[in-house]
Write a protein that binds this ligand. Structure first.
Ligand code: HEC
Ligand code: HEC
Length: 235
């Protein structure tokens, strides 16, 4: 059994993240998103939370795949529970507006198109309030040590930055900046979404360019190792 311990103190939002972010952008000069470096280190705009009670009335059609509390039951469907509101809201807008495509999510796109921005914020608030179920990494020594190494330190030679600099040590992301929590996320989804960034199929919004440039240099085995490690992380 493999569980990675954690504590809440890492939730703190610090300038350190921005510094690391800035250094990463200076170093990965090939990134198109790096054209305007100053933009990337601006403090994020404030985000006004949605209303979870109102959101609870809008999610009936979502439970079949994402579970009633956002803990999906299939390894291929993402958990939404415990995810930060800013990130959920942004992704919902991408799906509604046709910027992010997925066959299964397409079944609810016509419904999402009837919703306002405020409705989407309420849905985000609804899922964000739940705790994400804890995952368990496969105890394969080689896979785990590669996953740990890449997640914590990256690989300078391959220009892969440490995931910790934006998603934090225990994977909870950064709610103010809208960097997603990835802790305990489903393995199948982590694998497919990292591959979708790598192939640039997942290309909604400027932030996706950050992940595209990171995933570009990951092999299938490295993606498996990261997905396994991240699935076992919890906040
Ligand atoms: C038929 C299954 C299905 C239904 C129903 C469904 N989803 Fe999804 N949802 C998915 C899948 C699969 C993905 C992953 C898409 C991808 O790989 O890009 C996803 C992705 C998402 C994401 C992005 C998660 C992330 O981590 O980036 C959000 C947010 C989301 N769905 C919200 C909803 C909401 C709200 C509803 C109801 C209105 C809903 N979904 C209904 C299957 C479904
Ligand atoms: C410079 C900051 C940064 C670094 C470093 C970073 N990420 Fe990300 N990551 C992001 C942002 C921002 C997003 C949201 C992108 C979007 O909107 O599509 C994201 C999204 C993701 C997602 C999708 C989450 C979801 O629910 O769909 C995964 C998985 C992920 N990152 C894994 C990683 C891994 C693994 C590493 C290390 C190899 C890493 N990230 C390094 C900023 C970063």
């Amino acid at each position: 059994m493999f569980i990675i311990h954690t504590n809440k103190t890492h939730n703190l939002y610090s300038m350190k993240h921005f510094l690391i972010f800035y250094i990463f952008f200076s170093f990965a000069g090939a990134l198109s998103a790096a054209d305007d470096k100053t933009k990337e280190i601006e403090m994020p705009e404030s985000f006004i939370s949605g209303n979870a009670n109102k959101g609870s009335l809008l999610v009936e059609t979502c439970a079949a795949c994402h579970g009633v509390d956002g803990n999906s039951i299939s390894t291929d469907w993402p958990k939404l529970s415990g995810q930060n509101q800013r990130y959920l809201y942004e992704q919902l807008k991408y799906f509604r507006d046709g910027d992010r495509m997925n066959v299964l999510m397409m079944s609810v796109t016509p419904y999402l198109q009837t919703l306002s921005d405020d409705d989407l914020k309420d849905i985000a608030a609804f899922y964000s309030q739940y705790n994400s179920t804890v995952g368990q990494a496969k105890n394969d020594e080689e896979l785990l040590s590669l996953g740990t190494q890449l997640y914590r330190f990256g690989n300078i030679k391959k220009q892969i930055p440490a995931c910790t600099s934006c998603h934090s040590v225990y994977g909870e992301g950064n709610s103010l900046a809208g960097y997603p929590s990835i802790a305990g996320q489903q393995v199948g989804y982590l694998t497919s979404t990292l591959k979708a960034y790598r192939s640039k199929e997942r290309n909604a919004g400027e932030s996706s360019e950050i992940m595209q440039s990171i995933a570009e240099n990951l092999s299938d085995y490295e993606i498996d190792a990261l997905a396994n490690y991240i699935h076992g992380l919890y906040q």
